[in-house]
Design a protein around this ligand. Structure first.
Ligand code: ATP
Ligand code: MG
Ligand code: MG
Length: 282
């Protein structure tokens, strides 16, 4: 395959979104697999996208945590290809896992929720908000470890210019009400998105769906969520309470920090959960 930056041999495409393409590659110097994220060629002359792409690498590279995908290198090659080299995660995205298995059992939901919380706790402690927490961006290794990726729209919250540009980026299914309004977003926005992810793991469904991004955004702002136990009464009350407190529309009622979520998730693990049946017999 073609070689980027004199050392990364491209092997195969493994993913891609609106702005970038992701490839599995091999670092020839260190003889190991890596993932290389490349800014789509059509954007290489677009300053706005280049700036976003650089911000992504900087936000992610300032973090070092076992539950966050490690950044190894960045570069621009002769053909104006902007790339980010990162830890290669062999496994599946959480989205694929939910799609294939349906709802996860409560222990798994809590376990994965804890690992995402730990990743977010580290990011938030470093004043970085992810802003695009969703199952597609949660990579799962085959032995069940979580690696959060895609800090593509992450922001440093300490920056004096924390204003929202208003352009809708990220996935509206996981948007907090304040994000859906195009308003100020901070750590609590990530907590809401994590709550939606936990809801999806526990129930196998999204709380809100709709015809258009606008209709979904409006539901995040105005509509009540069906409590998880109404979908499946086997879901432990303690887990339901954590999910519902994470997705409170009013920020004042929502969890204030990932530390509080971690405490409650640990508490929930201590309570007997009984047998879990994936679906209620209607
Ligand atoms: P989005 O549309 O979600 O913003 P994106 O272009 O920002 O997409 P990523 O979310 O970083 O790209 O990655 C897209 C996909 O590539 C992931 O869902 C995953 O399947 C795969 N992927 C990303 N990073 C890695 C990695 N480090 N190791 C293995 N696979 C990865
Ligand atoms: Mg992504
Ligand atoms: Mg992205």
């Amino acid at each position: 395959g073609r070689i980027l930056g004199n050392r990364y041999e491209i092997i195969e495409k493994i993913g891609g979104g609106g702005m970038a393409l992701v490839y599995k590659a091999k670092c020839q110097l260190l003889n190991r697999y890596v993932a290389v994220k490349i800014l789509r060629p059509e954007f290489t002359s677009d300053e706005e996208f280049i700036t976003k792409f650089k911000r992504e690498s900087q936000a992610a590279a300032s973090l070092s945590h076992p539950n966050i995908v490690n950044i190894y290198d960045v570069g621009v090659d002769d053909h104006d290809i902007y790339y980010i080299v990162m830890e290669y995660v062999k496994g599946k995205t959480l989205k694929q896992i939910i799609k294939e298995h349906g709802p996860l059992n409560p222990e798994e939901t809590i376990n994965i929720g804890k690992q995402i919380s730990l990743a977010l706790h580290h990011a938030h402690s470093n004043h970085i908000v992810h802003r695009d927490i969703k199952p597609h961006n949660i990579l799962m290794t085959d032995d069940g470890r979580v690696k959060v990726t895609d800090f593509g729209i992450a922001r440093a919250v300490t920056s004096a210019t924390v204003t929202n540009t208003g352009n809708v980026i990220g996935s509206v299914h996981y948007f907090s009400p304040e994000q859906a309004r195009g308003g100020y977003t901070d750590e609590k926005s990530d907590i809401y998105s994590l709550g939606i992810v936990m809801y999806e793991m526990a129930t196998g469904r999204l709380p809100f769906d709709g015809e258009s991004p606008i209709s979904i955004a409006l539901k995040h702002i105005h509509e009540d969520v069906m409590p998880p136990t109404m979908i499946n009464e086997n879901i432990p009350k303690a887990l339901e309470d954590i999910i519902m407190k994470s997705i409170q529309k009013d920020q004042a009622k929502r969890y204030g920090s990932t530390k509080e979520i971690l405490e409650d998730l640990n508490q929930a693990l201590k309570q007997p959960m009984g047998d879990f049946v994936k679906f209620d017999d209607d």
